[in-house]
Write a protein that binds this ligand. Structure first.
Ligand code: FES
Length: 80
């Protein structure tokens, strides 16, 4: 297991013990697009707010990955 994998499910919100996988699911499965929506789905960010920056970063990373995947599919379709 790589270091990245070990850190992949670290606790993001210490106030409520919310782990990275829970936030990722809220974004990818339930479609949360804001910190407020992630908070409603997981409780993350409802305390001291220190984790808000990390939650925002996770949302942005997911949206960028989706956009990149869509562009790759579009490129592949054009080359057929
Ligand atoms: S660490 Fe998330 S609200 Fe405090």
């Amino acid at each position: 297991m790589t270091a990245t994998k070990v850190l992949a499910n670290s606790t993001i919100c210490r106030c409520f013990g919310v782990r990275e996988s829970q936030i990722r699911d809220a974004v990818a499965v339930y479609g949360c697009e804001t910190v407020k929506e992630v908070s409603a789905a997981t409780d993350a960010g409802r305390g001291c707010t220190v984790c808000h920056c990390k939650i925002r970063q996770m949302i942005a990373d997911y949206q960028r990955e989706r956009a990149d995947a869509a562009a790759t599919v579009a490129d592949a379709s054009e080359s057929l």
